[in-house]
Design a protein around this ligand. Structure first.
Ligand code: HAM
Length: 417
């Protein structure tokens, strides 16, 4: 019986994986330039970590998380995001004693959402978290770093920034907003009415067209920020201006996780359709304390690799592929042995090459050379093995050039691969 993979959980096949490797290589490079170091945490964590960290009333925890009991003992969850686990590890290993920390992670996350383009049940995030820095300079550096990563990859999503306030200014605003929304309950959708009571800020994120004109008039937190949040937000804007990072202030930007305070940001692209956010993040100054650590400010983002891959595809970026410089074709047993020996030498010299380990008909071996995209083919038989001389055949032009087998590494190492 044929068994298929789980709905919404995708295979990334060898023909596509070059795209992912390019994204990850570039991310690692950019993060290293900014002092971020990698952390690897488990994909399974205690359920309570997300209930407390991300928030029990969020869709992520409430509706989308894969929760299970470990042989009837602990209630566990597949991680739906990377921040809570990273904060747990930060606290558990007492990392705060060494001063501010900048960490990044790359890995699969799980949310049981309805699958569609850009939305999957297993997806991959590249995320960063910076701990111990309350100053707006780190917000600016992080947003600029992400913009730079996108620029290097040849895409330019739009940056939206907002402030979602803090414990000093948000509670009063939420009460005001709730009252305002209750008064308009009849013209809002059922989801909005439910969220008005549970999580009124999320109402502002509603995508239902009939709710839009109503919500456009809603009171704005950005106009009701306390002095601390206002000063912080102004400094973030000033910093982005100083670095010439283009951005839009979006007073309706709210995030789907409860831990955010002050800065919230998102990178969006039209190329993605309805799931337009390629990355999102913000500040979470209370989270470390909520999860049992010392009071520690923090800020980070998560970027969806699937969505970034879709953007690169839409931008017409080819999938980078590694191709062998040369493919050894064997005409007989002596040629086969010679080929394997030369291939081993080249590989030790760091030159990618391949051969058809099945041997057999020349035509079939050439076909294989073409399929793997080899730059050159080299036919070896008893004569070539004895003389040490062979012909390097260009797979595109079909031109043949004599070559001494002893010179292969230097010829291929310097020439076009
Ligand atoms: P998030 O906005 O929930 O934030 O997710 C970040 C990114 O992950 C999204 O912008 C999107 O690109 C991608 N993503 C989310 N859900 C899916 C899905 N079902 N399928 C495909 N891609 C998806 C967080 O997760 C926060 N932990 C980010 C953060 C880090 N905030 C502070 N530090």
């Amino acid at each position: 019986m044929k068994i298929n993979g789980v709905k919404g959980m995708n295979d990334i096949l060898p023909a596509q994986v070059g795209r992912w490797q390019e994204i990850e290589r570039m991310a690692r490079e950019v993060f290293a330039l900014h002092g971020y170091r990698e952390v690897r945490t488990p994909v399974v964590e205690p359920y309570a970590l997300y209930a407390r960290g991300v928030g029990e009333t969020t869709d992520i925890v409430n509706k989308e998380m894969y929760v299970f009991e470990d042989k009837g003992e602990d209630k566990l969850a597949l991680r739906p995001e990377g921040t809570a686990g990273t904060v747990r590890a930060y606290i558990e290993h007492g990392a705060h004693v060494e001063g501010p920390q900048k960490w990044f992670y790359i890995g699969p996350m799980f949310r049981r959402e309805r699958p569609q383009k850009g939305r999957y049940r297993q997806f991959h995030q590249i995320g960063v978290e910076a701990f111990g820095i309350a100053e707006p300079a780190i917000d600016v550096e992080q947003i600029a770093m992400l913009a730079d990563l996108f620029r290097r990859l040849g895409v330019a999503p739009v940056v939206h920034v907002n402030s979602v306030g803090d414990a000093a200014c948000r509670p009063a605003y939420l009460e005001e907003l709730r009252g305002w929304l209750r008064a308009r309950g009849e013209v809002l959708c059922a989801d909005c009415r439910e969220r008005t009571e549970k999580n009124p800020l999320r109402v502002l994120d509603c995508k239902v067209p009939s709710c839009q004109p109503v919500l456009a008039e809603a009171p704005r937190l950005l106009e009701r920020l306390c002095d601390g949040c206002r000063t912080h937000f102004d400094a973030v804007r000033q910093g982005l201006d100083d670095l010439s990072v283009p951005y839009q202030v979006n007073p309706r930007l709210v995030r789907g996780l409860d831990y955010y305070v002050r800065t919230a940001y998102e990178f969006t692209s039209d190329a993605l359709g309805s799931q337009s956010a390629v990355a999102g993040g913000g500040r979470y100054d209370g989270l470390v304390e909520t999860l049992g650590g010392p009071p520690t400010p923090g800020i980070g983002f998560g970027m969806g690799e699937e969505r970034l891959a879709l953007m690169l595809e839409a931008a017409g970026r080819p999938v980078p592929e590694s191709r062998p410089a040369v493919f050894f074709v064997s005409a007989d047993e002596a040629g086969r042995r010679e080929g394997l020996q030369r291939a081993t030498e080249l590989r030790r010299a760091g030159i990618a090459c391949d051969l058809d380990a099945r041997g057999g008909k020349l035509a079939r071996q050439f076909k294989q050379a073409e399929r793997v995209g080899a730059r050159y083919a080299l036919v070896l038989g008893a004569n070539e093995a004895a003389s040490g001389q062979a012909k390097l055949k260009d797979m595109v032009t079909r031109e043949e050039t004599p070559v001494a087998l002893a010179d292969l590494a230097s010829r291929l190492g310097t020439g076009p691969a």
